[in-house]
Design a protein around this ligand. Structure first.
Ligand code: FAD
Length: 444
């Protein structure tokens, strides 16, 4: 189905397709097409190319900057391509790119299997795996893109190809981490599955922001000692319950049993000496497959976000950003995650041979969510202030979350110079006429 700009319901459709409500206010494609099969995606791309119309892709519209929306062209929505076929014996699944992580993990759990989906249930594999995919149990399973063996896609010429490490190996390389710099339409993934950790255990403790130096010291020790299945997160921003400036320490462990997971978090149950509690530790046991529901962010909001990788301990990142804990609003936070000793850089543990070529042992995501347009400036400035405070510690950025549109050099920070050069060469080869609108600068 093709819906053109100006048709009844077109603006509502854009608002439904894009998570950040600011984006459709600023940009609009000429038309949206809603294919239901790979063949229909290919036909839509061929028709657009014939008309000289450029093409943008949408999986679930969860890019924080609304990257799928451009001010021109045809938006091809991959969202309806969401089939799931599970082969429990070979531990492989074939999925449509539009499948959402929450649905996938529930279906896999029925077979005692799992995949490193993203932290929120509504994010589709589409753009998430394409960007790299830093999801649950990262310390054990690594990035999602390291857990795919084949990627079905439609090229700018409208051809359907399946890229693997042996066939179309250069497209397979690029699709593992290029994110919005990719130059084909991904329609499906073949996934490597893992044994489902039956249980997860979460400890959530909020401290007064003034305790930051004590917490930072404690985090340096706890982070270094944590098991690879423990995700250690430090949230800097107003406490969700009281609104007071807070540092919230969240530790998540997964294991075969609740007791096993709880045991791994024993060191996180003691408070940092000298720190002032805002709320005592909340302990929660839940099935692993329920984790995405546990940490979901609210939809229907105005959003500004950014992200940096770092090789510094998260205690250092906390010291650098604690002064921003007052935050512009309760739903805004700087989220520091110790990545269980894994780094995404090739040659390092967890590194892959793909476009996901920079990384770090920690990730700092900066998320501001709010309601009224009158508050835009305050929130955007807070995100920029956090990004500036983290700059001395930065080893790169993650193309899946960083604001690559804010400045021309941003995209280059998401890749090594070699990987960026290779992406440019491959785009010139596979999409010489620039059919796909992507975030690689035009002509680059
Ligand atoms: C609430 C929330 C939670 C998140 N949690 C995580 C997380 O835990 N880990 C993580 O790594 N990231 C996370 N992200 C970031 C998210 O993974 C990326 O923004 C990703 O792009 C979302 O995928 P999407 O399909 O919705 O992308 P969309 O917003 O639909 O598209 C963004 C861009 O990706 C490209 N793209 C998307 N689909 C395709 C396709 N099929 N073929 C070719 N190009 C395509 C296009 O360039 C498009 O412009 C989260 C985002 C949100 C909003």
């Amino acid at each position: 189905m093709l819906i053109e700009r100006g048709a009844p319901g077109f603006d509502d459709l854009l608002r439904r397709l894009i998570w950040n409500v600011r984006s459709p206010e600023r940009r609009s494609p000429d038309a949206v097409v809603l294919p239901v099969s790979t063949e229909e995606v290919a036909a839509a791309i061929r028709d657009a190319a014939r008309r000289g119309q450029r093409v943008a892709l949408r999986g679930s519209g969860h890019n924080y900057q609304g990257a799928a929306l451009r001010d021109e062209g045809l938006l091809v929505d991959i969202g309806a391509l969401d089939r799931v076929e599970i082969d429990a014996v070979s531990r492989r699944a074939r999925v449509g790119a539009g499948v959402k992580g929450g649905r996938l993990i529930r279906q896999l759990a029925g077979h005692g299997l799992a995949f490193p989906i993203g932290h929120c249930a509504d994010v589709a594999l589409s753009g998430y795996v394409l960007a790299g995919g830093i999801g649950w149990n990262y310390g054990e399973w690594g990035p999602a893109c390291a857990n795919v063996t084949a990627i079905e896609m439609v090229t700018a010429a409208g051809e359907i190809v399946v890229a693997t490490a042996d066939e179309f190996a250069d497209l397979f390389w690029a699709a593992r981490g290029a994110g919005c710099a990719f130059f084909a339409a991904v329609t499906g993934y073949e996934l490597v599955l893992h044994e489902l950790p039956a249980a997860a255990f979460v400890v959530d403790t909020a401290f007064d922001a003034g305790s930051a130096p004590h917490i930072a010291e404690w985090l340096d020790t706890a982070g270094a000692a944590a098991d690879s299945t423990v995700e250690l997160i430090c949230l800097i921003g107003p406490d969700v319950h009281t609104g007071r400036p807070a540092i919230t320490v969240r530790a998540v462990a997964s294991a075969g049993s609740v007791e096993g997971a709880r045991k791994k978090l024993a060191p996180m149950l003691s408070s940092p000496p000298g720190a002032t509690l805002l709320r005592p530790a909340e302990l929660k046991a839940l099935p692993f497959a329920d984790l995405p529901g546990f940490s979901s962010l609210p939809g229907g909001k105005r959003v500004a976000a950014d992200q940096v990788w770092s090789d510094h301990p998260i205690g250092d990142l906390l010291r650098a950003t604690a002064h921003l804990a007052e935050g512009p609003q309760r739903s805004s936070a700087i989220s520091l995650t110790a990545l269980g000793g894994r780094a995404t850089t090739p040659g390092m543990p967890g590194g892959i041979d793909g476009a996901l070529s920079v990384g770090g042992t920690a990730s700092a995501g900066i998320y501001a969510l709010w309601d009224g347009a009158e508050d835009d400036r305050r929130h955007v400035e807070w995100v920029a202030a956090a990004d500036a405070a983290l700059a001395p510690f930065r080893s790169g950025r993650y193309v899946g979350e960083a604001d690559v549109f804010v400045a021309p050099d941003r995209l280059a920070q998401c890749f090594t110079p070699h990987a960026l050069g290779r992406l440019r060469e491959l785009r010139a080869r596979y999409d010489p006429d620039g059919v796909f609108l992507n975030c690689l600068p035009a002509g680059g």
